[in-house]
Design a protein around this ligand. Structure first.
Ligand code: BES
Ligand code: ZN
Length: 633
């Protein structure tokens, strides 16, 4: 079910240097601006950027862009502040498909530039090399292409309101180079500001703090201003525009959504302020000021994206009972793991996602109690085992630190990463572990990090002695495939009642009577574990008794549709079709197409027929995922 990119392990040496220039310092030209250091160790080298940051790097980005909903294009200027080593007279930026018309210095003098055209660079795009001639500010006039893969332009029909168009961006991992010419690497942090114009009555939000009221330009458009004064990796620059309203939650929390969605959205995220408080109690001050969210139209390709001060969310997490709000805890936790301390290279994405998944579980425990956290952890553990069974315990892609591409949905970065930290916690004790993780965030705040640094920091600041080091097996956890022996297994009692119900159903078809009162995690456990092969009569009986096809919880609906399609259950096809036409979330869409695809002569024509209709409505990320499925044998 879950796909993994198989990759070979980086040959890392234990003594690799992890030198940093310094802690964040003030920009000498702009004393108020913080400049983050870059890493120079071999394992921190990002192969997915064209930038040569040790020679010249971008420290600040100022965008002035117009949103053109008719042409579906973003265009304007980017002013970049540059920090160059003595003697470095060129700077290299990442671009992909950008139409550059002019490059000048801060005072309007033309600067020589070229886009090296390369063969088959794929998502990495093309390097833009600019001759600096001493300039420390450069201005680029450009337009993003209409098919910029970071951007999705929705027609009014793809919104809840149905009247106005919508735009959102998705930068992670290397998509922002399709609309912003900068150094698009997670290890090269930049502060930024933006002025964005959009047609009335659309509102614009970004992953920076909105400055004052929008300015009416008198031509049917308004200008919005944003500032992010903390250095962030450029994949975290994000924008959304549409007919949206805001509802406050707590003093520093709130939610944006289309007017028709806002009340349901507001109700679902009602515990957010409490979650922020719980997170701060665990691992230190929330450093970004406000924590707002936007619930996007269902085309958004992910569950959530941790854009600073403005988490982006799918509306498909709304269940009416907050049962899927582990998603909020997750994106919030990224405000520490990911946004404050960032993987320097995408092969170390477990540093973002695994640490976040651990932190998410701790927030859930603090806000909802041990039982819910234990159940969610048990679901994660089952996912790890399923993945390892599928790809094999010695598959190199099952190491936390890989040099492979990063794919969402891999149980390795997320769930194996989380179980690594749970295991360490169980060995050293919660108190010591929490103190260690808090200092990790504090000491690396606004800086990139690598697996090697994480390991060395644990050795220096957590591990007490040789005997403890031996029990922890840190290097095996981080650098070796499979699952170490010492893994802290989830409490088998977490799902005792459900597991008994699964056994009864599997043995004699007894359908559980308590299902309606179960938690969503319990229902997912049941649907995950019942026999995969079911007859049409058995599926009909199950659906009649449990109301599976009429659940308001999309995680459960997804599991039902997957089970039904895998058994060629015709009555489920129209609902699957409706779901795939409405929802663009890759985590649901790709596996449903994969399930159909696996069903050969029955499923393939159905998949092709549905995809012919729905493909244009998906984000490029989802399209790419499904394209791969439908191209496989
Ligand atoms: N940062 C990720 C989303 C992402 C990952 C975007 C990789 C692009 C490339 C986000 O925090 C995330 O993990 N989202 C999950 C939520 C979940 C695990 C609770 C999702 O979208 O399903
Ligand atoms: Zn995440």
């Amino acid at each position: 079910m879950r796909s993994i990119t198989i990759a070979t392990i980086l040959a890392l040496s234990a003594t690799a240097c992890t030198t940093m220039e310094a802690v964040p310092l003030a920009d000498t030209a702009n004393p108020a601006r913080m400049v983050s250091p870059i890493l120079k160790s071999p394992e921190s080298e990002d192969t997915q950027t064209w930038a040569e940051p040790e020679r010249a790097r971008v420290t600040h980005v100022a965008l002035d862009l117009d949103l053109d909903f008719d042409a579906k294009r973003v265009g304007g200027t980017a002013m970049l502040d540059v920090l160059a080593e003595p003697g470095a007279d060129t700077i290299v930026l990442d671009t992909s498909g950008l139409e550059i018309t002019r490059v000048t210095d801060g005072s309007g003098r033309e600067l020589p530039w070229e886009i090296e055209s390369m063969e088959e660079t794929g998502a990495k795009g093309e390097p833009l090399r600019i001759t600096l001639n001493g300039a420390r500010t450069i201005r680029i006039d450009y337009r993003a292409p209409a098919d910029a893969s970071a951007l999705q332009w929705l027609s009014p029909e793809q919104t809840e309101g149905g009247v106005h168009p919508f735009l959102f961006s998705q930068g992670q991992a290397i998509l922002n180079r399709t609309w912003i010419p900068t150094q698009d690497s997670p290890g090269i942090r930049q502060t930024w500001e933006a002025r964005i114009t959009a047609p009335k009555p659309l509102d614009v939000v970004m992953s920076g703090v909105r400055q004052g009221e929008p300015e009416d330009l008198g031509n049917g458009r308004r200008a919005f201003r944003f500032v992010m004064d903390k250095p962030v990796p450029p994949y975290l620059i994000a924008i959304a525009a549409g007919d949206i309203d805001f509802a406050p939650i707590g003093p520093r929390t709130g939610v944006w959504a289309e007017p028709a969605t806002l009340p349901r959205a507001r109700a679902e995220v009602g515990d957010t302020e409490e979650m922020v408080e719980a997170a701060e109690k665990l691992y230190g001050e929330y450093r970004w000021g406000r924590y707002d969210m936007i619930v996007l139209p269902p085309a958004f390709p992910y569950g959530g994206m941790e854009n600073p001060v403005m988490t982006f969310l799918t509306p498909t997490f709304i269940a009416g009972d907050r049962s899927n709000n582990g998603l909020i805890a997750h994106e919030l936790a990224h405000s520490w793991s990911g946004n404050l301390v960032t993987n320097a290279v995408w092969g170390d994405s477990w540093l973002n996602e695994g640490v976040t998944t651990y932190f998410e579980n701790r927030i859930m425990e603090a806000v909802y109690g041990k039982k819910r956290a234990e159940q969610e952890a048990a679901l994660m553990y089952a996912n790890i085992l399923e993945t390892l069974d599928e790809v094999g315990r010695d598959a190199p892609g099952t190491a936390l630190s890989t040099d492979g591409e990063y794919e969402l949905g891999s149980a390795i970065a997320y769930e194996k990463g989380a179980f690594f930290l749970m295991t360490v916690e169980s060995i050293v004790g919660r108190e010591r572990f929490d103190a260690w993780l808090r200092q990790w965030f504090d000491n690396h705040a606004f800086q990139p990090a690598t697996s090697e640094m994480f390991y060395e920091d644990m050795m220096a600041n957590l591990v007490r002695d040789e005997a403890e080091a031996e029990r922890l097996t840190l290097r095996e956890w981080i650098f070796e495939p499979g699952l170490p022996e010492n893994v802290a297994k989830p409490d088998p009692a977490a799902f005792a009642a459900v597991d008994a119900a699964v056994a009864a159903y599997s043995a004699n078809g007894a359908i559980p009577t308590g299902y309606a009162d179960w938690t969503s995690a319990e229902r997912q456990r049941f649907l995950d574990n019942i026999p995969k092969e079911r007859s049409a009569a058995q599926l009909a009986a199950l659906n009649d008794a449990l109301g599976l096809s009429s659940t308001g919880n999309n995680e459960e609906l997804f599991l039902w549709l997957e089970l039904a399609l895998a058994n060629r259950y015709e009555p489920a096809v129209p609902q699957a079709e409706e779901f795939l036409a409405r929802v663009g979330r890759a985590k649901f869409v790709r596996p449903l197409f994969a399930t159909l695809w696996e069903e050969g002569e029955w499923g393939r024509p159905i998949a092709q027929r549905i995809y012919a209709d729905t493909r244009p409505s998906y984000h490029s990320v989802t399209q790419a995922g499904v394209d791969r499925v439908l191209a496989s044998d």
